[in-house]
Design a protein around this ligand. Structure first.
Ligand SMILES: [Zn+2]
Length: 147
C-alpha cells in the first residue's frame, strides 16, 4: 500500500517536472492529489514536490501577466496613432458616444483586445476617459446610439 502511494507521488512529481504551464486549475489539481498522499509520503517529500509546484505556478502567472502587458501596450500604441484617431473621430464625431462629453475623448476597443478583439478601425469607438474606464473589459457597442 505504502509503495503504491509512493509510486503515485513519483508520478505526480514526474508530471509536474514535464508540465511547463501550471495555471490555477492545474495548481489546485496537483495540490488536491498531493494532500491526499501527504500522510503517506511524509512532510519532506510533500514539501519537496510542493515547492516545485509553487515555483511553476508563479512562473506561469508571471508569463501570463507579461503577455497581457504586451497586448495592452500594442492596443494603446494603435489607438494613439494620429491617422487612426482622425479616421474614427471623422466618422463618429469628436465626442463620447455614451455620454456626449467633448473632453478627454479616447478610442475604445468595442471588443476589448484582452477578450479577443483586434486593432482595427471597425472595433473602435470614441468614448470619454471616464466612460471608457467604466466600460472596462465589457463588450458594448455604442455606435448607432444617440448620446
Ligand atoms: Zn462619456
Amino acid at each position: 500500500m505504502e509503495k503504491i502511494k509512493h509510486a503515485k507521488a513519483y508520478n505526480i512529481y514526474n508530471n509536474l517536472v514535464k508540465d511547463n504551464r501550471i495555471d490555477g486549475y492545474f495548481y489546485n489539481k496537483y495540490i488536491a492529489e498531493l494532500l491526499e498522499l501527504k500522510q503517506f509520503i511524509g512532510i519532506d517529500i510533500f514539501y519537496f514536490i510542493y515547492i516545485i509546484l509553487d515555483k511553476k505556478y508563479l512562473k506561469t502567472a508571471l508569463i501570463g501577466n507579461r503577455k497581457k502587458h504586451r497586448i495592452r501596450n500594442e492596443a494603446t500604441r494603435y489607438t494613439s496613432k494620429k491617422h487612426i484617431k482622425e479616421f474614427i473621430f471623422g466618422m463618429h464625431g469628436y465626442y463620447c458616444l455614451k455620454c456626449g462629453s467633448k473632453s478627454n475623448i479616447t478610442l475604445d476597443h468595442i471588443i476589448p483586445i484582452i477578450r479577443g478583439g483586434c486593432n482595427s478601425t471597425d472595433n473602435l469607438q470614441p468614448l470619454c476617459q471616464s466612460c471608457n474606464s467604466s466600460k472596462g473589459s465589457k463588450i458594448i457597442d455604442y455606435r448607432g446610439e444617440q448620446p
